[in-house]
Design a protein around this ligand. Structure first.
Ligand code: SF4
Ligand code: SF4
Ligand code: SF4
Length: 257
């Protein structure tokens, strides 16, 4: 069983407590200026968009078969059985293939940092692993963002559609898009009005990944190899420095070439 989030825009009041909770959880700054930003960024993993009295959340969809993970040459992004798509910054070599591959434009890069990371919502993976709900679901005062088993949330969304004819666009966004996602959306406003693509493939994402790879020019893998080399050297230096600090009897795992 895999966990998921169900966001029902018709229950959302636009209070942005999910944004605040996400920032707190991820130790990101959040003030009035941040609240006014309407784009996901390296310092804002979820946004609540508004059009009049209608709202919509955007965040990483934590796809069932994530394109970001399938293009990552070093396995820094990974789908977990529990649902979240996690990111291991120690593995990341900064090639940013994930940013090209994501069909939702989610991963962001810390361009202004000395040691930049890719940033995105990882569905509060540590909380989920500890049997807790995500910070955004916990903070939501109306239940518009709900955490649970994906299968249960799908059944609940289907029931809401069935019992409220005319209230919603008759579609659970994320049920089948790009092979299914761990974020499911219901809305009374067409999803495309909030920037969601409604013509996405239902294919498993490795197919999509193949298409992305075929669009990447030949010089990009060369750049990736170069970055990989820099990454390897940096990590070797850190490993040797740590071994030297530990004392004369402690050797690095391999000899430095
Ligand atoms: S939405 Fe993008 S970044 Fe998030 S899991 Fe899917 S492919 Fe990866
Ligand atoms: S699941 Fe966690 S990381 Fe993702 S938007 Fe919600 S609070 Fe932020
Ligand atoms: S906390 Fe809940 S009600 Fe408030 S903006 Fe987020 S999803 Fe909407």
């Amino acid at each position: 069983m895999s966990k998921a989030l169900l966001y029902d825009a018709t229950a959302c009041i636009g209070c942005k407590q999910c944004e605040q909770a996400c920032a707190d959880k991820n130790k990101l700054p959040y003030d009035e200026g941040t609240a006014a930003e309407d784009r996901q960024s390296a310092h804002k993993f979820t946004v609540v968009l508004s059009k009049g009295d209608k709202f919509m959340r955007r965040l990483c969809m934590n796809c069932s078969d994530p394109a970001c993970a399938s293009v990552c040459p070093v396995g820094a992004l990974r789908k977990t059985a529990a649902g979240p798509v996690i990111y291991e910054e120690d593995r990341c070599m900064g090639c940013r293939y994930c940013m090209v591959a994501c069909p939702f434009g989610v991963p962001k890069y810390e361009w202004n940092k000395v040691l930049p990371r890719v940033q995105k919502c990882t569905m509060c993976a540590d909380k989920v692993a500890a049997g807790q709900q995500t910070a955004c679901a916990e903070a939501c005062p109306t239940g518009a963002t709900k955490f649970g088993e994906r299968d249960d949330l799908i059944a609940e969304a289907q029931q809401r559609l069935r019992e409220n004819p005319g209230k919603y666009v008759n579609h659970i966004y994320g049920l089948n898009e790009v092979g299914g996602t761990s974020v499911l959306l219901l809305s009374s406003v067409p999803f495309e009005e909030f920037g969601y693509s409604t013509d996405l493939t239902r294919d498993p994402l490795p197919l999509l990944t193949y298409r992305v790879h075929s669009r990447i020019p030949d010089f990009v893998p060369l750049g990736g190899m170069l970055l990989g080399g820099i990454w390897w050297i940096t990590h070797r230096r850190e490993e040797v420095a740590a071994a030297e600090k530990a004392g004369p009897t402690s050797e690095p795992k391999e000899k430095l070439r």
